[in-house]
Design a binder for this molecule. Structure first.
Ligand code: NI
Length: 625
């Protein structure tokens, strides 16, 4: 069976580059990303044959936001070439970032500011030891950069050598503003010298004083092999069927997820994320990177290693991507899939017969890890035997840092994490797009929560409470936030599909007790990350609405969900998309240094009346008595 949603092959990318180069003779054309232009949902669902179309984003000699090219492989032509305007730019690619690094390292004013800090930068080796991190300038571009130009802000660090922690020694107070379009440094900001933190932040094994020797081997083996079946990028496991892909912005995507041949989700993936900093220090106050869309998160996927990133009987999917110069980069083991034991699924001990009935739970794990500058994000989809689906985000890597002195340190906004080193409080705000097709549709969305009944004749003790549901009928009333005290959650319901009890089937979205975006609504961050103001948004399905902050966010002032929902469309029943924001406010601690132990967040999707009873009664019993 051909899978119309299978990711691009290396051959497809090669061929598409060739067609693009032939038709678009601009020698300065470079690529930011490649991906399958996912065919229209209606065509896929109708089983119609769909052409394979490669979508490239990139920039060329035209000083605008770049291009979006759709290359039709079967017809051997560029089907559409869209110029991105002044405020809708292609994401930053390796080319942009490389240019920014070179320009910064070659700038005399910047070099003398580095020197003034006692950092050697006379030889090539000296310069090599300086690490430059280019950050998006969107929302905060300086006056010297004309509207429509691509801009970044470069901050810098010093390494002892290539294996050193690149973030232990920040060159504090120094920002280099680069106009990438014009190819020049337009300004160097220097807010004064702060001494380097004294200690190295090495976390590689070779630099640890000791290694634990009392951890015994823990092996996970499946002598009969795993329980899943894989056909290309399609997977079957315990009644679930789905396919996986890697999107240049959304990263790991699950497509056409069904359970026992009953459709659940047409597409489920991250749509966007933003990481705003709360610190007023001028090295950080402007930082609010939209990691997914500004940096092309999917293009930054890791190649995973057995026994390190994943343990057990692993199946890996490779993915293929275009490089900035139009070659193919194959990322081996980009998506990891395996089964995990997950404790007990259910149990009861019967005191009369003195016997236990207990069944083991297990989950199918589909995961990928992305490194975006200092941070590493793991996205883990878990499918459980009882129909529960979970997204777990694992946050690790290296926190953002400031070199501080007693005089400059503001502990409330930037806790001390090591000697002379502080880390700003910040947020990680993720928005997932869940395109439901529960039991084939139509779908409706309800909010459920606990209502506490007032003391009355029928509730004389004031002990009564009940679960109430409200139908969300339009986009405005479906902008909702969590309310953990009342167990608020949201349900997707299929009113046309009744369970054995005669009630409509449903799945609930169980949110974590997340914060929302803390920046003021009218602020730059509040506008560009407006999706983060609500934990739930609901929209009627539209082929071109995939991006919580807008399709193109580089240098953009905000879009996506506020735009999509501004006409307050009807969502009472139909083909509906849930957008779920889940966030962490990170107050860094000494234990986060020099590398951060994994922090977790996420959400669950849980069947509610989708089955008529516990669907795991048929699990084999492995123990008796
Ligand atoms: Ni963090």
């Amino acid at each position: 069976m051909t899978n119309p949603l299978a990711p691009l092959t290396a051959t497809e990318i090669e061929k598409a580059v060739e067609i693009f180069r032939r038709e678009h003779g601009d020698e300065r054309a470079v690529f930011c990303s490649s991906g399958l232009d996912e065919p229209a949902k209606a065509d896929v669902k109708a089983g119609r044959a769909v052409p394979r179309i490669v979508k490239f984003l990139g920039t060329d000699s035209v000083p605008d936001g770049g291009f979006e090219a759709y290359v039709n492989l079967a017809e051997d032509k560029v089907e559409r070439l869209i110029r991105l305007g002044n405020d809708a730019q292609a994401p930053y690619g390796y080319y942009d970032l490389g240019v920014a690094v070179q320009l910064t390292k070659g700038n005399a004013e910047w070099l003398s500011a580095v020197k003034a800090r006692g950092i050697a930068c006379d030889t090539e080796e000296d310069i090599e030891r300086i690490q430059i991190d280019p950050w998006p300038a969107g929302g905060y571009a300086v006056d010297e950069i004309p509207v429509g130009h691509r801009a970044v802000r470069c901050i810098a660090f010093v390494r002892d050598d290539k294996t050193d922690n690149g973030y232990a020694r920040p060159i504090h107070g120094l920002i280099c503003h680069v106009d990438v379009t014009a190819g020049q440094v337009v300004r160097v900001d220097d807010s004064g010298v702060i001494p380097m933190p004294p200690n190295p932040g090495r976390f590689d094994a070779a630099h640890q004083e000791r290694t634990r020797t009392d951890l015994k081997d823990l092996e996970i083996t499946q002598p009969d092999g795993p329980s899943f079946e894989v056909d290309g990028y399609r997977v079957k496991w315990q009644g679930y069927e789905f396919s996986v892909s890697m999107h240049p912005v959304h990263g790991l995507v699950l497509h056409q997820l069904s359970l026992q041949q009953r459709p659940l989700l047409y597409r489920a993936a991250l749509s966007e994320m933003i990481v705003p900093y709360g610190d007023n220090d001028n090295m950080h106050a402007w930082k609010h990177v939209l990691d997914a869309s500004e940096y092309n998160m999917g293009m930054l996927v890791n190649s995973l290693k057995l026994g390190c990133d994943c343990l057990g009987e692993i199946f890996y999917f490779d993915v293929h991507q275009v490089t900035w110069e139009g070659k193919v980069k194959s990322v081996e083991n980009a998506i990891c899939m395996h089964e995990e034991d997950y404790g007990i699924q259910w149990k009861h001990y019967d005191s009369e017969s003195q016997t236990s009935e207990v069944r083991r739970s297990r989950r199918l794990v589909i995961s990928s890890i992305f490194t975006i500058g200092n941070y590493d994000y793991g996205f883990y989809w878990y499918l459980y035997l009882d129909g529960t689906i979970q997204m777990e985000i694992k946050l690790t890597g290296i926190v953002g840092v400031s070199a501080v002195t007693e005089a400059t340190h503001n502990p409330a906004q930037s806790p001390l994490i090591a000697e002379g080193l502080a880390s700003p409080v910040h947020q990680h705000v993720f928005c997932f797009r869940l395109d439901w097709e529960l039991d084939g549709g139509p779908n409706a969305i309800y909010e459920s929560q606990i209502e506490v009944l007032p003391i009355s004749d029928t509730n004389p003790d004031g002990t009564q409470f009940q679960s109430v549901s409200t139908h969300l009928v339009d986009e405005a009333s479906a902008k909702r936030n969590v309310y953990p005290e009342r167990s608020r959650h949201w349900k997707v319901v299929n009113p046309a599909s009744l369970n054995g009890l005669g009630k409509p089937v449903s799945y609930k979205l169980l949110p974590a007790g997340s914060p929302t975006l803390l920046a003021a609504e009218q602020s730059v961050v509040g506008r560009r990350g407006a999706f983060g103001k609500h934990h739930l948004w609901v929209t009627p399905y539209a082929d071109d609405e995939l991006s919580a902050a807008g399709a193109h966010t580089v240098m953009h002032n905000g879009g996506g969900l506020p735009e999509y929902t501004k006409h307050n469309r009807d969502i009472s029943e139909g083909d509906l998309v849930m957008w779920h924001t889940v966030a962490l406010t990170h107050v860094p601690r000494p234990e986060d240094w020099p590398v951060m132990p994994v922090e977790y967040t996420g959400f669950h999707l849980i069947p509610v009346g989708f089955f008529d009873r516990n669907p795991t009664l048929d699990l084999p019993s492995k123990c008796h008595g």
